[in-house]
Design a protein around this ligand. Sequence first.
Ligand code: SF4
Length: 230
Amino acid sequence: MNQTSSYYLDLMGIQRWKSRETLSSHWSLPGDSVLPNNLPLDGFSIDQLDWDDLRSKVAECTACDLCKTRKQTVFGVGSLQAKLMIVGEAPGFYEDAQGEPFVGKAGQLLNAMLQAIGLKREEVYIANVLKCRPPNNRDPAPEEVVKCTPFLKRQVALLKPKLIIALGRHAAHFLLDTHESLSKLRNKMYAYATTEVPLIVSYHPAYLLRNPIDKKHAYQDWQKVIELLQ
Ligand code: SF4
């Protein structure tokens, strides 16, 4: 582990320790996935849109009631050549105010986790399942997800990432069409929807801020990210 990684692990409040087993022994192969991956596609004809047109389409979207309470849409941010795509749930207060996903304290923790494995925020692509903030940060409603996920699906198709990591229970549930607990979804590999893009699941940084004891498990997930990207 280099000095930079150590610095960011300290910043994240993660104690450095060594597992007695190798990580790979905990991970399932894509063929082991038993979960369906059928994201909804109906309702939008966006399959031909490029990045600019897709961003405009999102910015003007009024497909669900979240358009009435948002300050602005939160499209996504990062490198359009990114190998890693990070998917969260929905914008919160700060994201809604700034128009960028994963800002505020949760965003800082995400940045620290990326730095700990040698990645910069600018090198990855970050998006949410929903592009508008649910009022009072409530859970996304199913109909909002149905109407919004075609945007995310098109982002994945345009980006063609080598790996997707779903952060948090809600993102994992929407992307994998399941209601399994996060603990059961971690440590396995899935394929995104009908594509062959590998997808793994980890904790949302906001959860880790409330439950720092799980940071060490999250760090294992992020080490797996690097392993898979290589
Ligand atoms: Fe449109 Fe998605 Fe915003 Fe709803 S959440 S208004 S579907 S962009």
